[in-house]
Design a binder for this molecule. Structure first.
Ligand code: COA
Length: 712
């Protein structure tokens, strides 16, 4: 057990809890923890502290921490913000192991509050005191009754359960806690991480994952300070087979940073979270209902689906179509059933029903229970089916017989059986839930839950094996080191295209043959050596958008055109900046016949380098058809990433288009991602736009590149 984990025990399983600012008014924020600790029969020592009282609820109340003579594992801090720092300092001096700070009035309150919060972080790191919060609604361990929280959900006396719940929003988190209870879900841990001056979201996940009573982690996230920790805990969760289901808020584009490169402007923070969660095997819930539905699906006895095929059996044609539409929308497949399955279904389903997929058994199944049993058994046997969804509704008169039937069926099917029971009698839902059957109130929610279980299972293995290199700059090839050093020595924040291409080449990304020249005579010599046609481009500091400045000429076919092009490009470059900024003219081979792909890298403050790829032109500019991946990525991951693009088939030679050199493209993307990882801390953004993908067997070429550097 790590030191960190051992000490987290002090905050989540303390043997003694002091309450600084305890009150005898149990309705107040600072009064509730004591009330709950007593009501939940917490077995450790409870130590109220407030100079106003001699005792509260029959417990001795101490004037201050110093007056207590036993060890204190956890101190609840429920005093006004201005008094927090003194209390925490006393905690540190007194050897208190951990503290949970309820008080608001820190980073959420402007600069002064932010500074006070930073001081809490420093105190925690220097003294070893573990701090949850400030601005936390508290933490509760419902198995031990350790309720260091003022969550009003505790008024409802929740039982302990198999979910570890961690929330960055205290108030909304406690609403979700209440909502979970209403839908029959129980938490072992409720943890409101508050402003995270010290302990952060992933620290709690790490601890809770090791608890054998916890089978699912659920949470609400606004933003993570340290994506690296999340990467680690997600890998641990995947190898333990414990799903992490998170709501991550903040999808709006407001977070998109002002960026100079295409990549930067398209890699919004939220898109990075989506990509990261997917790779890490974390299930993202879009709504509150999804969060709870997915948790409940994972907690049911249903096996995890082994593939994307869903067989839909329904009482209502309408529900079936809705389910099928939704399935395709969320990445499941509704396969045509095999002829043999259909043939056998014809012998079972009434003539007014349907034997395709969805299979419509009609309301006749109520009168003939065998109809439901046989249809589901047949669909279950179809080799393309990996999960079954049965849709029904109401059944006030027959619910108990139907529930019993479904319970029996769930024991005999090979694939997971999910039930969509709309407007169900509450007893029916309870009966299915207690039989371990995943049941939801609408076809849409049922399909979404099945899709979540499917994608978790399909990503789990890869996520458990994903290893990320340690963050920070790697040993760079000498040529790269010199180019960066040279640019910085000149006070530049970017590499010239010519330099950027040398960096790309050093990491194995193919670039066009070419040479940086000065005079027209040198240009001629280079062009002769390369062979016409060539491309002529000015290389000048600060001149990043060469086409707009018209300092690039393509398809230069002979010596005469070259002289003119050289002169024109040079003249235009001079119009755009001082002559000293011009570093030369790049003469390159002209690459023809390539399909434009844009790729690049931005550095996310939480997750580090993120690779973006898309097809060029309207696909990225208008349709935003791009896919993201954390760096570095393997060749096989590059292949999967490209398949996410809507325009992917343009690369594969579909409908008479040219088949492109996909193998070289995968290699190039993997090389860009390795370069990105190596340049972490050095580069700010990387743009390879376009990367031309030539016909199969002819490779790829990065014909333009921009690398901007981080300010130091
Ligand atoms: N040691 C011991 N007791 C102390 C103390 C100290 N150093 N300083 C103050 N107290 C006592 C007070 O005597 C008072 O006792 P009482 O309630 O019996 O009168 C108690 O601590 C609280 O002080 P008070 O001045 O009443 O504080 P408050 O009304 O500001 O309440 C908080 C304290 C923490 C609840 C409040 O400041 C706050 O932050 N509320 C918002 C909490 C919140 O929403 N958190 C985020 C959730 S998402």
């Amino acid at each position: 057990m790590t030191a960190q984990r051992e000490s987290l025990r002090a905050i989540l399983e303390p043997q003694s809890v002091a309450i600084v600012g305890a009150s005898d008014d149990f309705s107040k924020i600072n009064g509730r923890p004591l009330k709950y600790l007593l009501e939940f029969k917490y077995g450790g020592r409870i130590l109220p502290i407030n100079p106003k009282y001699g005792e509260i609820a029959g417990l001795r109340c101490y004037p201050n921490l110093e007056a207590i003579d036993c060890d204190i594992d956890l101190a609840i801090v429920a005093v006004p913000a201005k008094a927090v720092s003194d209390v925490l300092e006393s905690c540190a001096k007194r050897g208190v192991k951990s503290a949970v700070v309820f008080s608001s009035g820190f980073a959420e309150m402007g600069e002064e509050g932010k500074a006070a919060q930073e001081r809490i972080g420093v105190l925690a790191r220097e003294s070893g005191l573990l701090v949850c919060g400030p601005n936390s609604l508290g933490i509760a361990n419902l198995t031990s009754g350790m309720t260091a929280s003022f969550s009003q959900t505790l008024e409802r006396k929740p039982a302990s359960g198999p979910i570890g719940f961690i929330t960055q929003s205290g108030a909304f988190g406690t609403f979700l806690f209440g909502m979970a209870l209403e839908s029959g879900l129980t938490f072992k841990y409720f943890i409101s991480s508050g402003n995270e001056a010290d302990l952060e979201f992933a620290d709690y996940v790490d601890y809770v994952l090791d608890d054998p009573e916890v089978r699912v982690i659920a949470g609400y996230v606004e933003g993570l300070k340290n994506g690296g920790k999340l990467k680690e805990v997600a890998r641990k969760a995947a190898s333990l087979g414990k799903p992490i289901v998170l709501i991550k808020v903040g999808r709006s584009s407001a977070g998109t940073r002002a960026a100079r490169s295409h990549t930067g402007s398209m890699t919004g923070t939220d898109a990075v979270y989506s990509a990261a969660f997917e790779e890490l095997g974390i299930v993202r819930a879009d709504t509150e209902e999804q969060l709870l539905d997915y948790a409940s699906a994972f907690l049911s006895s249903a096996r995890l689906p082994q593939g994307r095929g869903v067989g839909i059996v329904t009482q209502s044609g309408g529900a079936g179509v809705l389910a099928a539409d939704r399935a395709e929308m969320v990445g499941l497949v509704v396969p045509e059933l095999q002829d043999e399955t259909k043939k056998q279904l014809l012998g079972v389903v009434p003539r007014f029903g349907a034997t395709g997929n969805p299979v419509d058994v009609t309301a006749q199944f109520i009168a003939e229970p065998a109809l439901l049993r046989d249809s589901i058994a047949l669909v279950d046997r179809d080799p393309q089916v990996n999960g079954i969804v049965f849709c029904l509704g109401l059944m006030d008169l027959h619910w108990s017989r139907v529930a019993a039937e479904l319970t029996e069926l769930s024991k005999t099917v090979t694939n997971p059986l999910y039930v969509s029971w709309t407007a169900a009698p509450s007893e029916a839902l309870e009966a299915l839930r207690s039989a371990g059957i995943p049941v939801f109130p609408t076809p849409t929610r049922t399909i979404d839950a099945l899709a979540a279980a499917t994608s978790f299972n399909m990503r789990r293995e890869a996520a458990s094996q994903r290893v990320f290199p340690a963050a920070g700059p790697a040993v760079l090839p000498e040529v790269v080191r010199q180019l960066i050093h040279g640019a910085r020595a000149q006070g530049r924040d970017h590499l010239l295209e010519w330099e950027a291409k040398q960096v790309l080449a050093a990491f194995g990304v193919p670039v066009p043959r070419g040479q940086l020249v000065g005079s027209s005579a040198e240009a001629l010599q280079t062009a002769e050596a390369l062979g016409y046609p060539v491309v002529v481009k000015a290389q000048a500091i600060g001149l990043l958008h060469k086409s707009d400045a018209r300092v690039i000429e393509l398809n230069v076919a002979n010596a005469q055109q070259l002289r003119l092009a050289h002169a024109r490009v040079l003249a235009r470059a001079r119009e755009h900046g001082s002559p000293e900024a011009i570093r030369g003219i790049l003469v390159e081979e002209m690459v023809n016949g390539g399909l434009e792909v844009i790729t690049g890298v931005s550095y996310d403050p939480s997750f580090g380098p993120v690779l973006l790829v898309g097809l060029g032109g309207i696909f990225t500019e208008i349709l935003r058809d791009v896919a993201l991946h954390l760096c570095p990525l393997e060749v096989s991951e590059a292949a999967q990433l490209l398949q996410k693009l809507r325009g992917y088939q343009l690369l594969t030679g579909a409908r008479g288009t040219t088949k492109r050199d996909l193998a070289s493209l995968y290699e190039a993307l993997a090389a860009v991602s390795r370069m990105a990882a190596a340049l972490e801390g050095v580069a700010a953004e990387i743009d390879v736009n376009p990367l031309l993908v030539l016909p199969e067997g002819q490779g790829v070429k990065a014909v333009d590149a921009l690398i901007t550097l981080r300010s130091r």
